[in-house]
Design a protein around this ligand. Structure first.
Ligand code: ATP
Ligand code: MG
Length: 396
């Protein structure tokens, strides 16, 4: 093979209806996110064009790279390709080589001629490559429903041959919609909500409420493990761990038990709002699903949301538990989420939580507490856990 031949990956941009600056931001962010995901391969060279991003692999393992790309949002599809000179004989040889790496019976050659000055017609290219393959293998042509489509592109400077195309993760590149603060518990729902929020382009900071010593280190490790799974979608993750014990004790000491969850959630929102402001997050995200528990009725969510002014997004609000579990399994968070360690809310859960809390009652109870004191205290001393791709082994 000639030495200017290259193995490349061709990435087609995802949902991109925007033009001008937005398009530039999309492409720039996508390139940054891919670089961060493929951090371990510093030999890869990136080249962004208007419609596509080309990755020259320079020896990086194709299979690992294609697997990693499958979780990068903002990609419609991507192909493993070989870049070579615009020479029919070579194109035929490479097409056969790429086919021989796969297990299949029928194929079709599809040529796109971008360089209109290239004198050979697409049809002629298709035929001459197919003839070479038919002569040198047992594969058969099927123009209607082939097992494998070999795509040949005649570009201005080079030709590309592609025999493998993958579906991308779709969505927007993480970060193009700004930052949001995700309330991450150790449960099943919140990691799924996080995934969906990231899919629409939000970069997430995470907040977790722990009730040491009532919740164990195991419970916190569970949250960290969940976050590590989410790293497939956002490489670097920061979790703010808030100590919630004293607030919960004060709620139990001074208010009515049936309102405890409502009050706890309002405190979570207030603390989250403060942290969102500090970390420049413009919304708060939860894993609430309508009707799932007493705190997730319309009335409860309304009263809880009224504790703050910040926009609250609830990506799994209309999902059934079965649908959430399906996604959680896909994200590999499900098996971690079902580990039995107590979470701050399960420990302090009342027997009969109110399903239709009244705002005036909530305010009546909160007047018995020094709300500002607890919010300030929570914000004055919390733990920050960074989970980064490049230092993974140093951290734990
Ligand atoms: P999950 O905890 O995954 O949401 P769940 O059914 O247990 O499932 P709830 O405990 O009712 O849900 O919590 C609703 C939402 O409140 C969670 O999705 C999460 O966003 C937030 N939340 C609950 N507990 C915590 C916590 N300890 N730390 C941070 N956020 C929490
Ligand atoms: Mg929970």
């Amino acid at each position: 093979m000639l030495n200017h031949d290259k193995d490349v990956i061709i990435i087609r941009y995802g949902e991109l209806s925007t033009k001008g600056k937005n398009r530039r931001d999309f492409v720039k962010q996508l390139e940054r996110n891919i670089k961060s995901r493929l951090n371990e391969f510093d030999q890869i060279v990136y080249k962004a064009t208007y419609n596509r991003l080309y990755l020259e692999l320079n020896g990086a393992d194709t299979q690992t790279v294609t697997e990693m790309l499958s979780t990068v949002f903002g990609i419609a599809s991507y192909s493993v390709a070989h870049q070579c000179p615009k020479d029919l004989e070579q194109l035929a040889k490479i097409s056969l080589q790429l086919l021989q790496e796969q297990d299949f019976k029928t194929f079709k050659i599809e040529t796109k001629r971008r360089d209109k000055r290239f004198e050979t017609s697409s049809d002629h290219i298709n035929r001459s490559i197919a003839t070479h393959i038919l002569k040198n293998s047992d594969y058969k042509v099927d123009v209607k429903t082939p097992d494998v489509r070999v795509k040949v592109e005649i570009d201005n400077d080079f030709a590309f041959v592609m025999a493998k195309t993958f579906d991308g993760a779709l969505g927007y590149p993480v970060g193009v919609q700004g930052k949001a603060l995700m309330l991450l518990s150790g449960g099943i729902d919140s990691p799924v909500a996080a995934y969906l929020a990231m899919k629409r382009g939000l970069r997430l900071e995470f907040i977790h409420f722990a009730s040491m010593p009532y919740t164990s280190q195991n419970a916190l490790d569970k949250v960290i493990d969940i976050a590590r799974q989410l790293q497939a979608y956002q490489s670097n993750i920061r979790i703010h761990v808030i100590n919630f014990t004293e607030v919960q004790m004060d709620i139990y000491a001074k208010t009515n038990e049936s309102y405890a969850i409502t009050l706890m959630r309002r405190f979570m929102m207030r603390i989250a709002e403060q942290l969102a402001q500090k970390t420049k997050c413009s919304s708060i995200i939860t894993g609430d699903s309508l009707g799932q528990v007493a705190s997730q009725t319309v009335e409860s969510m309304d009263v809880i949301a009224r504790a703050v002014e910040t926009l609250i997004l609830r990506p799994v609000i209309t999902f059934d538990k079965v649908e959430i579990v399906q996604l959680a399994k896909k994200l590999n968070t499900y098996d971690i989420s079902i580990l039995p360690y107590e979470d701050c809310c399960t420990i302090f859960t009342p027997q009969n939580p109110v399903t239709k809390p009244k705002l005036d009652k909530v305010e009546y109870y909160e007047n018995r507490m020094d709300v500002q004191h607890w919010v300030t205290k929570a914000m004055s001393d919390y733990e920050v856990i960074d989970i980064k791709v490049s230092q993974e082994n140093d951290l734990f």
